[in-house]
Design a protein around this ligand. Structure first.
Ligand SMILES: [Zn+2]
Length: 144
């Protein structure tokens, strides 16, 4: 059975932004699933979805973890409570060089031919690299 919460003011469990479509809670599998413009589609166990480790005040880097998993695999990241710290840590200490690589990989994946413009909306797309916010993504895109 799937419960859908009504209302447009359903905030993303990771970044707190309103979801374009309400999240789903599947009581048979105990899974929260959402599709966020910033975090991409992701799933969480019910326990994880209720944890104080999640955003917006909780673990910031889970946004990047969820989004980059989606971008690189095409499948939603499944976030369990016991994985939250590790997932966030994997994105917390990224160097500038590593972020430049992540950005280049994103462009390569999204452009069928060299020279194709890949649209970016920093307000939502800053999670394609391990950036602290839209301004940091803009730094990378304006300093290639
Ligand atoms: Zn989000």
């Amino acid at each position: 059975m799937v419960n859908e919460k009504p209302g447009a003011e359903d905030p993303c469990n990771l970044c707190g932004q309103p979801l374009p479509k309400a999240h789903e809670l599947d009581w048979t599998t105990d899974q929260y699933s959402a599709r966020c413009l910033t975090c991409g589609p992701y799933r969480m166990t019910f326990q994880a979805s209720m944890s104080p480790l999640r955003g917006p005040e909780g673990n910031f880097w889970l946004r990047a973890a969820a989004r980059q998993h989606w971008e690189s695999t095409g499948t939603p990241l499944m976030i369990a409570l016991e994985d939250m710290d590790r997932l966030a840590d994997e994105h917390a200490g990224t160097s500038v060089a590593q972020n430049v690589n992540k950005l280049l990989n994103y462009f390569v994946r999204h452009s069928p031919r060299p020279g194709t413009e890949v649209p970016l909306t920093p307000a939502h797309d800053y999670t394609i690299v391990d950036a602290t916010g839209p301004e940091e993504l803009q730094f990378y895109t304006s300093h290639p």
